[in-house]
Design a protein around this ligand. Structure first.
Ligand SMILES: [Ca+2]
Ligand SMILES: [Ca+2]
Ligand SMILES: [Ca+2]
Ligand SMILES: [Ca+2]
Ligand SMILES: [Zn+2]
Length: 276
């Protein structure tokens, strides 16, 4: 479905956020411990050979890539909109955006993972912006992913994407387990009969599931026009501005080593990691 095509994201580094996360769970002296908070943990999955293609578009040579962002935490990533807009995307209109909130769940039954029937809401936190994307016809969480291409070795930056927005959905159950739902759960609450990402929808990625953005989706590309043939490092980052709280903020970047021949429209995934 269209929402399935509408994912993307990007990331960044997050040592500072890890410190904040740790502070929220620290107990004051004498406080009574309640149920643990179940946190999401986003990672970018490795780009596979069949998820990359080099194309010619409007005089440019593009490396197109499919990105999958998975939740390997013990709680869902859940994001919901405020009731009214506040121009959080700063484009002068309050009709095309909503402040975004992240919802956290408590491990009420102490099982170590999230079960919708047993675990209650722990807290909600305003953090970012949901924005209407006219070309896709639905609402995105802004700044969810980011891509870079660097020379390998050396690490010189040769191409980068914008910060990419996503409509967060459960596309694929990549890590089945006791807390991964059998069927897709996100998005829900859309006003239309067709479940999708509108201004009312709660978006997210369930435990064990991944949100996929196919290489055919606008934005899923890096400009490689004029680059020399050689080895490069493709770097995909989810939550690049670290606006979402996760249990692990230091695993959001995935590096994949490539042999690239732009003039021949050839890309090959190499064994082994980048040598930056
Ligand atoms: Ca993470
Ligand atoms: Ca706006
Ligand atoms: Ca539980
Ligand atoms: Ca984060
Ligand atoms: Zn979209």
């Amino acid at each position: 479905m269209d929402a399935g095509l509408a994912k993307r994201m990007r990331v960044a580094c997050a040592v500072a956020v890890a410190a904040i996360g740790a502070a929220t769970v620290a107990l004051a002296p004498g406080a009574v411990a309640g149920p643990a908070t179940l946190m999401p943990d986003l990672i970018a999955l490795s780009n596979e050979q069949d998820q990359m293609i080099v194309t010619k578009e409007g005089g440019k040579t593009l490396l197109r890539l499919t990105t999958e962002i998975a939740n390997v935490g013990n709680g869902p990533l859940e994001v919901f909109p405020s009731a009214t807009g506040s121009d959080c995307d700063a484009n002068g209109s309050a009709t095309d955006d909503r402040d975004a909130y992240q919802r956290f769940f408590a491990d009420t039954n102490g099982s170590g993972g999230y079960e919708p029937d047993a675990d209650g809401v722990a807290s909600e936190r305003q953090f970012g912006c949901l924005h209407y994307h006219a070309a896709h016809g639905h609402w995105h969480l802004l700044d969810f992913a980011h891509y870079e291409l660097r020379r390998d070795p050396g690490g010189r930056l040769v191409s980068r994407s914008t910060k990419i927005g996503f409509c967060l959905v459960d596309d694929r159950n990549v890590f089945p387990g006791p807390f991964a739902p059998e069927h897709p759960h996100y998005p829900f609450g859309s006003a239309s009969s067709q479940v999708g990402c509108d201004e009312h929808a709660t978006q997210g990625i369930s435990v064990g599931w991944a949100d996929a953005y196919a290489f055919s989706v606008p934005g899923q590309s890096l400009d490689v026009t004029g680059l020399k043939r050689g080895h490069y490092c493709l770097i995909s980052t989810t939550d690049p501005l670290d606006v979402l709280e996760e249990s692990n903020e230091s695993n959001n970047t995935r590096r994949v080593r490539l042999a690239l021949r732009p003039k021949r429209f050839s890309v090959r995934k190499l064994i082994g990691g980048c040598r930056e």
